[in-house]
Design a protein around this ligand. Structure first.
Ligand SMILES: [Zn+2]
Length: 112
């Protein structure tokens, strides 16, 4: 998943560079508030960790689809039609990411 927030001046999305997968992780990494720099208008502003939203990373879904297609192809050769069960792989990628995003967005840090 990707983390992003928006710029107050120009309303554009700002991507947050972080590997944090939960809001407390992000808080540990960046602190309660941190500066973000808008790529569009160049403004720097302070964002609270609660202002950050998670969204799906399409690249991860695409990798899941790729793995699913390759796995299906090979399993189909050896096992026939039952190999198509591996088409479930992209769905699992998507589901795993959806639950991560949901828990990230629903968990808020208590503001001091
Ligand atoms: Zn901006």
């Amino acid at each position: 998943m990707n983390l992003h927030t928006y710029c107050k001046s120009c309303k554009k999305d700002i991507k947050i560079k972080s590997n944090a997968s939960t809001r407390p992780d992000l808080q540990m990494e960046k602190g309660d508030e941190f500066n973000v720099n808008c790529q569009n208008c160049g403004k720097t502003e302070k964002k609270h960790v609660n202002d950050i939203k998670a969204e799906p990373n399409n690249l991860v879904i695409l990798i899941g689809v790729g793995i699913g297609i390759i796995a299906t192809f090979f399993l189909w050769i050896y096992f026939g039609a039952i190999g198509s069960i591996s088409l479930i792989i992209p769905f699992l990628f998507w589901q795993q990411q959806a639950s991560e995003i949901k828990s990230f967005n629903s968990y808020m840090i208590r503001r001091k």
